[in-house]
Design a protein around this ligand. Structure first.
Ligand code: SF4
Length: 246
């Protein structure tokens, strides 16, 4: 009888190593988010808005701009235009006047008007609650769609901004080169019970503690768990509920 042939493993393609998803165990990840949840039980985004439409507009305006800068401009804009109809009636030039202090304002004013038109024409003036429809709107990309789905519709999405991109890599929670890679990892590793607020917790942690230029490890509640090479402290800060950011 012929001897069964030995299976020869296919050679690994050069340069194709498996990306490690995270350097933390599921228990450590659970503990990180448990602590964030104690610090900020009901985290809020910092972009001011009064409804799903104004949130969508604010997020579109916030590309390459600070939340504080966007809020300054939209406070007056949203007083006169908090629906697609009112925004359209205002017109591109007038919208431009309100948002002149925000970077790329000309293009953004154009998008806000086109966005309002599309909502009226295709969605009965409502902001759609699904990603496929949202990303077809002018000026709306995956990140903007994720923010709106999370904040207005309570969906467990992960909008990866500059803070989350930095934290994901710096502490090895979700290493990746692109926002999509990091988003993909985070939605897989974060326990479901924490997904609703995880996006805000990470942004606020990045903005106020694990800051870009120098992480404030003494003020960090996960200092004992963190595996970052940049870490300067091992003792976690006291775990207490923080006052909401002004
Ligand atoms: S210990 Fe330092 S590096 Fe690690 S998460 Fe906290 S602030 Fe960031």
């Amino acid at each position: 009888m012929e001897k069964p042939k030995k299976k020869i493993a296919a050679p690994r393609k050069p340069g194709r190593t498996r990306r490690r998803r995270t350097v933390y165990t599921p228990e450590e990840i659970h503990e990180i988010f448990r602590r964030f949840s104690v610090q900020r039980p009901e985290p809020k985004g910092e972009l001011e808005h009064v409804n799903a439409f104004t949130l969508l507009v604010a997020v579109v305006l916030s590309a390459q701009a600070t939340d504080a800068g966007v809020n300054k401009a939209t406070r007056d804009l949203f007083k006169v235009a908090d629906t697609p109809e009112k925004m359209l009636a205002l017109g591109e030039e007038q919208v431009g006047e309100y948002i002149r202090t925000i970077g790329l304002w000309r293009n953004k004013a154009k998008n806000v008007i086109a966005l309002s038109e599309a909502l009226i024409r295709d969605h009965g003036s409502q902001v759609p609650d699904n990603r496929e429809a949202l990303v077809t709107l002018p000026g709306v990309g995956r990140k903007t769609a994720n923010v709106v789905l999370n904040m207005s519709f309570g969906q467990p999405t992960m909008a990866v901004d500059t803070h989350i991109l930095r934290i994901g890599n710096r502490i090895g929670l979700a290493p990746g080169k692109t926002p999509e890679q990091i988003e993909d990892t985070l939605v897989k590793i974060i326990p479901a019970e924490f997904m609703r607020h995880a996006h805000h917790w990470l942004i606020l942690h990045g903005r106020y503690v694990c800051k870009a230029r120098k992480p404030d490890c003494v003020a960090c509640v996960i200092a004992d768990i963190c595996k970052s090479a940049e870490k300067t402290n091992e003792i976690p800060a006291p775990l207490v509920e923080l006052a909401p950011q002004a």
